[in-house]
Design a protein around this ligand. Sequence first.
Ligand SMILES: Cc1cc2nc3c(=O)[nH]c(=O)nc-3n(C[C@H](O)[C@H](O)[C@H](O)COP(=O)(O)O)c2cc1C
Length: 452
Amino acid sequence: MRILRQTIPAGRTGRRSIAGRAPRARAVLPRSGPAACPSRARWFTLARSPANDLTMSDTPTRHILLGVTGGIAAYKAAELTRQLVRQTATVNVVMTDAATRFLTPHTMQALSGHPVYTDMWDPRVSNGMSHIELSRDADLIVVAPASADFLAKLANGHADDLLSTLCLARDCPLLVAPAMNRQMWEHPATQRNVATLRDDGVLVLGPDSGSQACGETGMGRMTEPDALCEQILGWFEPKVLRDTNVVVTAGPTFERIDAVRGLTNLSSGRMGYAIARAARDAGANVVLVSGPTMLAPPPGVRLVPVTSAQDMLEAVERALADCHIFISVAAVADYTPLHPQDQKIKKDARVLAVELAPTPDILANVASRANPPFCVGFAAESERLDEYAEAKRKRKHLPLLAANLAQKAIGAESSEIVLFDDEGRHPLPEATKTVQARRLVQHIARLYTAGR
Ligand SMILES: Cc1cc2nc3c(=O)[nH]c(=O)nc-3n(C[C@H](O)[C@H](O)[C@H](O)COP(=O)(O)O)c2cc1C
């Protein structure tokens, strides 16, 4: 039994197929490969660090052309590049002239591992047409930050520099992340331009609200790089759960003993949060009912923070209306103190006995309803994995159960999972929890769609 202080939740080889687009003959660009760019060899070493072991990922490499325009938030483009590269994307950077006043092309070259382009007349592109060639290999063009001026240019089809011309001469999707002073954002001209861009099929991410470099507060902050990176890579995922409502539980619960102590467990919440993100990326509307964790709320997911098993049950019951799929990942306490004390228990020489009562079984409660959603359980066992997992699945009448060894999975970055369903046993070899979550969501989508 662990007694901890309560923590408060903070809250084709990989090519995308663009319909009908066949690989085309290309002019030769001095791009990837250690010979073309010495810094690429170093980048490759970074990308294979243990935190991002590509052998543990089955995500194909995404080819992103990142446009950077002139604004204070240009510094965030450096972090965005770093994160995209770490998470299996190649990034080629094009900067406007104004952007180079805020951030040097050298920084972006070092972080992306590729030469940076700023000029339509760049002689490095062999056929002299950088304004067309640079977007030819891209799966997606992302402009981050996108200045008010650049949005105006895009909305009106201007092509007077390399980046605006590339955005016009493209057949891949375009995503922009606006960043500007709140008055610039609220100005009817900017709002008109953004509406035009949306009508033209451009994806607009953000901006967010908050304090701004100019000292004001309001809408206009560029979405933070980690959230942007997540949304960019999520955009590529197949939408196998489109228009589906999913409820996920995650993390540990905390059962109060007194004013400052409680019973909890070592669950980090990573697996549940990864599943919530994977379901969101698959197109689902996701509610994440989470016990106390140190993890940031996943963007685009409705987070319901809870503390105890009883709180979690009540939050799940509220979230179940219109729920199609319920995924129970939380490590819910099996027992809770029968008489929690309002004040801190003082230490004395006596042996202290804490009486425990069983907590409600949330998954069994949901699965035994008259019209249950598609229920997925998780089992963390310390031994006899197959036997205990199958028994739990049958006992709780679950169409699918994901089982792993508790001593290997709890709190870890990666996991090895075995799925049990009516067709049998499906091992998912060791991979990061993000990859396992995507595999699980695809399996769920197959079973759910087949059973509808
Ligand atoms: C210090 C400074 C900060 C600026 N920050 C922003 C900004 O955050 N967003 C924006 O839209 N424009 C900003 N501007 C204005 C743009 O840099 C200006 O409109 C420029 O022409 C944009 O060029 P580009 O769109 O070709 O990059 C800023 C200008 C200065 C001098």
